[in-house]
Design a protein around this ligand. Structure first.
Ligand code: DLL
Length: 451
């Protein structure tokens, strides 16, 4: 259960934590060497034995693990515990192809609950807070991850899961939930539905939002904060490493512009940043691919797991006093980078431009096609209902809509804004209010028509 000793783990003197990390890293390398054939082969190939780990710097000598290794060893080939000690299995949807299966022992579940509780505490939650948990329950780690963490902290968890948004709002209002956890894109859907029900943030008791599981920009954060009247904080994690609660933004950091970043619970997950191409470690402050080594997991520990997520590490102490290393917010996934006529573009860069245009509602999709050998992208955007009312409801049959001068000049405006920031022309299609899909979980930002 939550107590001062657990809370203090975020504030340990750095040297004390490093001693703990080294011991745990050594134990983990020994564990996988003895129990996981995949790692025994990989470590032998690198001439590494468990005894060769004598300092934390030796981390960089260990072999990488990629998602293909998980897929090749599908479903449970990387276990380092006997199967009868597993108490839970989750799977990550694996955007492309086969699911990645992960397995937990009792101790893994306890540690997961502990890190999520620490994450919630850094967001300002206290025992007695009511957490309306609208992450999906099931194989996805969001629902159960926040659930167990909330209970561990002593919050009252409302396990509503995702979907049926009107009912969500009724519960949130009647039960006076003080915190909401869901994806940032679902938070927007909830805010929109709130308005449609003739309600506003003042009808709810929400203070904090615990949002993650997908990339989101500062511009999107403002929309969510306004729409729900809350402070929105970023939670990060991935199934392979644990689930949500690998890192979390703190309230104090959020309030101080210069102190932004997510504290990594590095007494359990050792982070590195590497060059996505070469795999070479990069120094603090440089952006690259985030890599994690789990150092307390029993069921399925992973050495140097390539997350595919891009960010940098921040080592300076935070305003909140936590001594944990921070990661900058995720810019995107290595695989989500589009190469459009030679220019590298991340969906987050497009999002930032679109969310700065007041005539647009906060929904968009990027449609990617292959034209001969090159990728071409088009952006689908949607107008606000205010814009549509001004243009006149009569003109919204499709042809008149597109030809409408105000719609056309908005299209040009968006196109110019994208051109200015990206240095690249992208086709823009302007849709009427309410026509783009609304998210209840991870939003689909890229519609890939290349195959
Ligand atoms: O999304 C775990 C989670 C649940 C995190 C709830 C936060 C809240 P997966 O389904 O395995 O696990 O997806 C992991 O989602 O590698 C990132 O690409 C992305 N992701 C997760 N959190 C963030 C975030 C959960 N805060 C993948 N910002 C990761 C940006 C995120 N991307």
């Amino acid at each position: 259960p939550w107590n001062e000793e657990v809370a203090a783990r975020d504030y340990l003197p750095v040297e004390e934590r490093r001693t703990l990390q080294l011991k745990r890293l050594q134990d983990t390398v020994r564990r996988v060497y003895e129990h996981v054939p995949f790692y025994q082969v990989a470590l032998d190939e690198g001439n590494i034995t468990p005894d060769s780990i004598t300092s934390l710097d030796d981390l960089h000598e260990l072999p990488f693990t990629t998602r293909y290794d998980l897929i090749d060893n599908y479903p449970l080939g990387l276990l380092s515990s006997p199967e009868d000690q597993l108490v839970r299995i989750h799977a990550s949807s694996g955007t492309k192809g086969k699911a990645k299966i992960v397995a937990y022992t009792r101790k893994d579940i306890d540690i997961w609950a502990e890190v999520v509780a620490r994450a919630l505490a850094s967001a300002g939650l206290k025992p007695g807070d009511r957490l309306h948990n609208a992450y999906g329950y099931g194989l996805f780690t969001g629902g159960l991850g926040l659930h167990y963490g909330g209970e561990y902290l002593g919050a009252t968890v409302i396990p509503i899961s995702s979907g049926n948004t009107q009912r969500q709002i009724t519960f949130m209002r009647d039960l006076q939930a003080t915190a909401l956890s869901c994806t940032p894109s679902y938070a927007l859907t909830i805010a929109e539905t709130l308005g449609k029900m003739g309600l506003g943030p003042e009808d709810l008791s929400l203070k904090y939002g615990i949002f993650g599981a997908e990339p989101w920009t500062g511009e999107m954060r403002e929309q969510v904060e306004q729409g729900l009247g809350i402070t929105a904080l970023d939670i990060y994690g991935l199934s392979e490493v644990m689930g949500p609660g690998v890192s979390m933004e703190c309230l104090e950091g959020r309030r101080k512009e210069k102190d932004r970043g997510l504290h990594i619970f590095e007494d359990h997950f050792l982070p590195e940043i590497v060059d996505p191409e070469s795999g070479n470690p990069l120094p603090d402050g440089r952006e690259g691919e985030l890599v994690f080594t789990t150092i307390t997991k029993e069921g399925m520990p992973l050495l140097r797991y390539r997350t595919g997520d891009l960010c940098s590490l921040i080592r300076e102490t935070c305003a909140c006093g936590r001594t944990l290393v921070r990661m900058s917010e995720i810019k995107g996934r290595v695989d989500d980078m589009l190469i459009l006529r030679g220019v590298n573009v991340y969906p987050s860069e497009i999002e930032r431009v679109l969310f700065g245009i007041p005539e647009l509602a906060p929904y968009y999709q990027i449609i990617v096609e292959r034209v001969s050998t090159l990728d071409e992208a088009a952006v689908h955007v949607e107008v606000t209902s205010q814009f549509q009312d001004r243009v006149g409801k009569a003109s919204i049959d499709e042809d008149t809509w597109i030809a409408h001068t105000e719609v056309d000049s908005l299209r040009q405006k968006v196109s110019r804004a994208l051109q200015d920031v990206l240095g690249l022309h992208i086709d823009v299609h302007v849709f009427t209010s309410g026509s783009l899909p609304r998210s209840e979980g991870k939003a689909v930002r890229i519609v890939d028509r290349r195959k």
